[in-house]
Write a protein of this length. Structure first.
Ligand code: C2E
Ligand code: CA
Ligand code: CA
Length: 436
């Protein structure tokens, strides 16, 4: 079955290996003239092999793979070339084939694969997901195969037993790969920052309408040899990879330490620290909080935890325990990004928070958007009735501040007062405002 020109390691059942596949793609691409049809590839991934392995052991999985490879071997013909990319993933190269022809062939393969398969007493119903890709001009073999793999994964995500043509998946192939690569780069930068002291907290003041400083919010910054990454980019990656728990523990320790430094300098200012969902759903959270409070030796009333509203869609017993433990430790709680649409108002009354932070999205359209103004006013009243202080975020202009005053908010945070700043700058800023 392998192409006669192809040389490389046979991975069993006549399938050649990944390296040979890459080499062949480059070779065919170089040979294909502009008048010919391009090269197509199918990346085939067997579905649910993990479950089969779990239920029947690896031997079971091997038997299924063997039977399916035999079926594929019988099916192939013409100029198709076959490669095995991993345990249950195969690639079929189809020279001189366009997308429609490749899709048709993929549909035939799915039919072949889906025929029931006897396994001892059982009748299994195998299925496969197939990614289809057509070589683009000047595309290298790596990107070509990565696109095929990505399309196959998109087919799996849609439930398996499907064909996805690269470029037609929800996140188009090339784009998806670039995004995945960017995420990997960010992840490695985050590791580097954690190890080499590239993380810092900047602090942004929260000021009441009468000019009193209510506290500061700690906002994480990440700088590595490759420059700095904005939190809007690295926090989602950290959340995806689980790194956010380590970052969060670092924030807790650093933020509480800074609250202590402020107190030592005679500036008793509350420090608000952002806590992510991953931290709060972990049973280890209260331990991490206690450890931070102990290490920093700070009075807990100087610490506030900002919890995003999305956390309250569904409050688990662990989250409830963590919130209770935080309150019992004497730390206050704020609901962040309020109004962004996730919270269940019924849950709101059960959260022991004392502050409500209205999201910047409402502020940005003030004072002209009267409907937004009405919503801000209603949310402010709701917060008040629940005994909370209401803070508006992202205030940049005087006319926004005036509207917020009219709506009844208690305090504001935004560039109008100050941007987030390094701790040394903040110390100077606070001292200038509180001359002793
Ligand atoms: P957030 O908690 O809603 O923080 C407020 C964001 O609004 C900050 O963005 C702040 O710099 C920005 N901001 C404040 N005032 C203004 C303004 O007047 N105009 C504009 N345009 N923006 C303003 P930043 O620092 O980029 O942080 C983005 C988000 O990253 C934060 O949103 C928070 O969700 C997350 N984040 C930051 N630090 C941490 C952290 O230590 N832990 C966790 N879990 N998340 C963090
Ligand atoms: Ca926040
Ligand atoms: Ca916020």
């Amino acid at each position: 079955m392998p192409h006669p020109h192809a040389r490389g390691a046979d991975t069993g059942a006549g399938f050649l290996d990944r390296a040979t596949c890459l080499h062949r793609v480059s070779h065919i691409a170089a040979e294909t003239s502009s008048t010919q049809q391009p090269l197509a590839a199918l990346w085939i991934g067997l579905d649910r092999l993990k479950q089969i392995n779990q239920s029947f052991g690896h031997q079971g999985g091997d038997i299924v793979i063997l039977q399916i490879t035999q079926r594929l071997r019988e099916k192939t013909g013409g100029r198709s070339e076959w490669y095995r990319m991993g345990g249950d993933e195969f690639v079929c190269l189809l020279p001189d084939t366009n997308a429609d022809q490749a899709r048709k062939f993929a549909a035939e393969l799915i039919q072949v694969i889906e025929a029931p398969l006897r396994f001892g007493e059982l009748l299994l119903h195998p299925s496969a997901s197939i990614g289809v890709v057509v070589l683009e001009e000047n595309e290298d073999s790596f990107m070509f195969l990565e696109r095929a793999d990505h399309a196959m994964s998109a087919a799996k995500r849609q439930g398996g037993g499907r064909i996805v043509v690269s470029g037609e998946e929800p996140t188009p192939g090339r784009m998806g790969i670039l995004l995945a690569r960017e995420e990997l780069a960010i992840e490695s930068q985050l590791h580097e920052a954690l190890e080499n002291g590239g993380l810092a907290l900047h602090y942004q003041p929260i000021v009441s309408l009468d000019g009193h400083i209510e506290g500061v919010e700690a906002l994480m910054r990440c700088t590595t040899g490759n420059g700095s990454i904005p939190p809007g980019k690295f926090i989602p990656v950290a959340e995806k990879t689980g790194l956010v728990t380590r970052l969060g523990e670092w924030s807790l320790l650093t933020g509480t330490g800074f609250a202590r430094e402020l107190a030592n300098a005679g500036l008793r200012t509350k420090v608000a620290i952002n806590v992510s969902r991953a931290q709060l759903i972990s049973p280890k959270f209260s331990q991490a909080l206690h450890a931070a409070l102990m290490c920093s030796n700070v009075s807990p009333e100087l610490i506030e935890l900002e919890l995003t509203e999305s956390l309250f869609m569904d409050i688990s017993a662990v989250v409830q325990d963590n919130l209770r433990a935080a309150r019992e430790a004497g730390v206050s709680l704020a609901i962040d990004d309020f109004g962004t649409g996730y919270s269940c108002l019924a849950n709101l009354k059960d959260i022991p928070a004392t502050k409500l932070k209205l999201d910047r999205a409402f502020v940005i359209v003030l004072p002209h958007d009267r409907r937004a103004f009405a919503v801000v006013k209603a949310m402010t009243q709701l917060g008040r009735e629940l005994g909370m202080t209401v803070v508006a975020e992202g205030v940049e202009e005087m006319n926004q501040l005036d509207a917020l005053r009219e709506a009844g908010v208690d305090a504001i945070q935004g560039y109008i007062h100050a941007r987030p700043m390094p701790k040394e700058t903040l110390l100077t800023w606070l001292k200038e405002r509180n001359p002793t």
